[in-house]
Design a protein around this ligand. Structure first.
Ligand code: PHE
Length: 346
């Protein structure tokens, strides 16, 4: 019996020691302390219940002991609460509202998009609108309608990716396929740009990739002449590379245009004095073009006796590489942040 009474008296004494020695360093541990000693289910409650097991002559003593514990806990809590509250207050005062914010790193536009957008913007001024279409094409829209029937040697110019099981399905080798689709479905006048990704089975090197981007253009109306084409491309070159830019047209061959030409611009890097970009010729090639072959118009249901038109096509990578003097085409598809971040603000 005596040892049980001893136990009952020992409990509040241990708690007193705990209250005196417990380390409270932050608001969180203070809250734990409050819950343990002063909360609705605090540790003292069952001890008050024990009073009925204490002999009458010691009840007063026991009661006083419990009160002592409670007061010690309250005192410690009040004391520390004000310290932590003060600390919170001090923290609030510490906030410097004039301090600059944490900088948000801004991304950069991809050089391919920069150049593509610029090309579109320039031709928008001349009334060209943009049309997108599929990258997986059929033989007709990529080749046959464009004057390249099955056995035509010109197909070899465009190292095509075919689907093994179905030779009718190709990854488009140019976005001229989009122009065919527009001619088939719209009445002239037609004035469109077809930007997009194209695929060719080329060995990847610093100068060639198995996919790249084009912007092609098509204008069909009554009385469209080669002179219109030349003037349009001259305007484009000056807007793209600067007001002093000159253009030169060299005769060329494409199955879907007649006559055809390749267009050089005067080297904007060295002002045509000669540098390694223009290989000391003063000129750099930027696009292919020509008058749409009447047979192509007929293939697409357009009366070639009434309408004529011109088309042109350029590689976006090529222009980006010239404009930003990028010497390896692979940089444009590797997504290396060190490369891309150089185009911030461009
Ligand atoms: N489709 C041609 C190519 O991909 C480019 C081109 C378009 C040439 C229109 C002339 C006219 O090489």
């Amino acid at each position: 019996m005596e040892s049980t009474i001893q136990d009952i008296f020992n409990k509040p004494k241990t708690l007193l020691e705990e209250i005196a020695s417990v380390e409270i360093n932050d608001a969180g541990s203070l809250e734990q302390f409050r819950i343990r000693f002063l909360g609705t289910k605090n540790i003292l409650k069952p001890l008050f219940g024990e009073i009925r097991n204490v002999p009458n002559e010691r009840k007063k003593e026991y009661g006083q002991l419990l009160n002592e514990v409670k007061q010690a806990a309250e005192a410690k809590f009040n004391d520390l609460q004000s310290t932590f509250q003060q600390k919170e207050g001090e923290k609030a005062d510490d906030i410097d509202v004039t301090a600059p914010g944490i900088p948000m790193p801004l991304g950069a536009r991809h050089p391919i998009n920069l150049v593509r957008n610029k090309i579109i913007e320039i031709f928008n001024k001349l009334g060209f609108t943009v049309t997108y279409d599929r990258e997986i094409e059929d033989d007709w829209h990529n080749f046959t309608a464009l004057n390249m029937p099955e056995d035509h040697t010109a197909r070899d110019m465009q190292d095509t990716f075919f689907i093994q099981t179905n030779p009718d399905v190709v990854l488009r080798t140019h976005t001229s396929s989009v122009q065919v689709r527009v001619m088939e479905s719209q009445e002239p006048p037609i004035r469109i740009l077809s930007p997009g990704r194209v695929y060719r089975n080329e060995t990847i090197s610093a100068r060639a990739h198995c996919f790249f981007h084009q912007v092609e253009g098509l204008y069909i109306d009554k009385d469209v002449s080669f002179g219109d084409l030349k003037q349009t491309l001259f305007f484009f070159a000056q807007e793209m590379f600067g007001p002093d830019t000159q253009i030169k047209l060299r005769p060329s061959y494409f199955p879907f245009t007649e006559p055809s030409a390749e267009v050089d611009v005067s080297c904007f890097i060295c002002n045509s004095k000669g540098c390694n970009v223009c290989k000391y010729t003063g000129w750099v090639e930027i696009l292919g073009c020509g008058m749409v072959d009447p047979a192509v118009l007929e293939n697409c249901g357009i009366d070639s006796n009434v309408y004529s038109g011109y088309a042109f096509g350029m590689g976006v990578e090529r222009i980006a590489m010239l404009k930003y003097q990028i010497n390896d085409i692979r940089l444009l598809s590797e997504n290396d942040i060190r490369f891309l971040s150089q185009f911030k603000g461009a």
